[in-house]
Design a protein around this ligand. Structure first.
Ligand SMILES: [Zn+2]
Length: 422
């Protein structure tokens, strides 16, 4: 259960990261100088090492010819250092920090704990924030389990994108089916059958250990000769949580890395469909409740938010195309404040336009963004409070388009009947 939740959280984090990257990409340094800092800290890094590096860079910045650039870098470094005072060590997946004086003429600070580990250590000053490595993380695929089981030996691995980790690979030393001379055929058959059974049980126990403890996977593909596969999957040692995750079984002739390659090739279509299938299943559940008029489905921002606040939502379905940001615009000269909603993809354009806009009250041209709040973040916060699972549904399939086009991109499956009628 915990693991299941863990997985969901990650899918939402990925989605949020995508939005965060879009915002970061819209930032430029205030005078187009190389004064925006991008800092990538891998997991396990000692924070004192980072702070002493930053202090060095602070000193180096005094040598920069353009004084305003040097000062901007120093102010960004100070800003990071003051925030790091309370940080003991980089998070489980490391930390990525972006800081500097942006086109808004304010020092902006972003700290991101990505859903996958930061793979590089990097300090860089540029006129933009360097988000490429975050984008790489975003492209990281889901992790799948690969089990090859045969009478002669088994292999247990996990695959993420093009990365293959072999966790266990062992020969069974179970004798072949052909008996050696001088033994009773029946007795030999019984003995080797017992040995094979014990081998399948051992493989199952290893698999449980690997996938339930340190290497959680989204789905499992099982390969091997047909008889071995079925005897393995029928073995009572296979944990029921993992049995549920088996999405395909295939014949493969090899063990080890060669077998994994063969198996991945055969299962390719299945793996591509996997994410879509789980999304389609959720949409089907939602549509069924709606069709039966069970009262356990609702949609639309207003109703869903209300249900969330009451703790009535079991699963919150949000289309990936829902990307509204609400911005609070303020005048730097008078008391003028206005709230405006835009799409994340229009963010860059909006910031550009804002610098040309004049305050409708006092005609001053120093309009700025006081605060911003995107709908997904807001929904995610509400969902966390109510212990609700948030599922981001892609629009790559029909059911996903229906969620966006027909239901406004926000729908919920409820824990209990919430409205009598509406
Ligand atoms: Zn004004």
């Amino acid at each position: 259960m915990t693991q299941q939740k863990e997985k969901k959280r990650t899918s939402v984090e990925r989605y949020m990261l995508k939005h965060e990257i879009e915002k970061l990409e819209a930032r430029r340094s205030f005078n187009m100088s190389t004064s925006l800092i991008s800092l990538y800290i891998p997991p396990g890094t000692r924070i004192p090492d980072i702070t002493s590096q930053l202090k060095n860079e602070y000193g180096t910045a005094t040598n920069i010819k353009d004084k305003s650039t040097g000062k901007a870098i120093q102010s960004a470094i100070s800003s990071i250092l003051s925030r790091m005072k309370n940080v003991q060590k980089a998070g489980e997946n490391g930390l990525v920090i972006f800081c500097g004086i942006t086109q808004s003429n304010k020092t902006e600070y972003f700290a991101i704990e990505p859903p996958e580990p930061v793979a590089i250590k990097l300090y860089r000053c540029d006129h933009i924030f360097l988000v490429d490595h975050l984008k790489d993380i975003l492209e990281t695929k889901q992790r799948y389990g690969i089990v090859i089981v045969a009478r002669g030996g088994s292999t247990i691995a996990s695959v993420q994108g093009s990365k293959v980790d072999i966790h266990w690979d062992e020969d069974s030393h179970v004798p072949g089916k052909h008996r050696m001379g001088g033994q009773s055929a029946a007795r030999f058959q019984r003995a080797t059958d017992e040995a094979a059974k014990a081998w399948y049980a051992k493989t199952a126990i290893k698999m449980n250990e690997i996938y339930l403890e340190n290497n959680p996977v989204e789905a499992i593909i099982v390969g091997g000769p047909a008889l071995s596969r079925s005897r393995f999957l029928d073995n009572k040692e296979v944990d029921f949580r993992l049995r549920e995750k088996v999405i395909g079984v295939y014949d493969v002739g090899y063990e080890g890395l060669q077998g994994i390659r063969e198996l991945l090739e055969k299962a390719e279509d299945k793996l591509v469909d996997f994410e879509i299938i789980s999304e389609k299943k959720l949409m089907k559940r939602f549509m069924e409740h709606l069709g039966k008029d069970s009262g356990l489905a609702t949609y639309g921002e207003k109703f869903v938010k209300e249900a969330l606040e009451k703790g009535a939502v079991e699963i919150l379905l949000v289309s990936e195309d829902v990307d509204r940001v609400t911005l609070e615009i303020k005048c730097g000269n008078c008391e003028y404040v206005k709230e405006e909603s835009i799409k994340t993809k229009d963010y860059n354009e909006f910031i550009k336009d804002l610098s040309d806009r004049k305050c409708p009250e006092c005609s001053n041209s120093r309009m700025y963004i006081e605060s911003e709040n995107d709908l997904i973040t807001e929904l995610n916060n509400l969902a966390k409070k109510a212990d609700t699972t948030l599922e981001v549904i892609s629009t790559d399939h029909d059911d996903g388009s229906i969620l966006y086009n027909t239901f406004g991109g926000i729908a919920a499956i409820l824990r209990y009947k919430f409205y009598d009628s509406y």
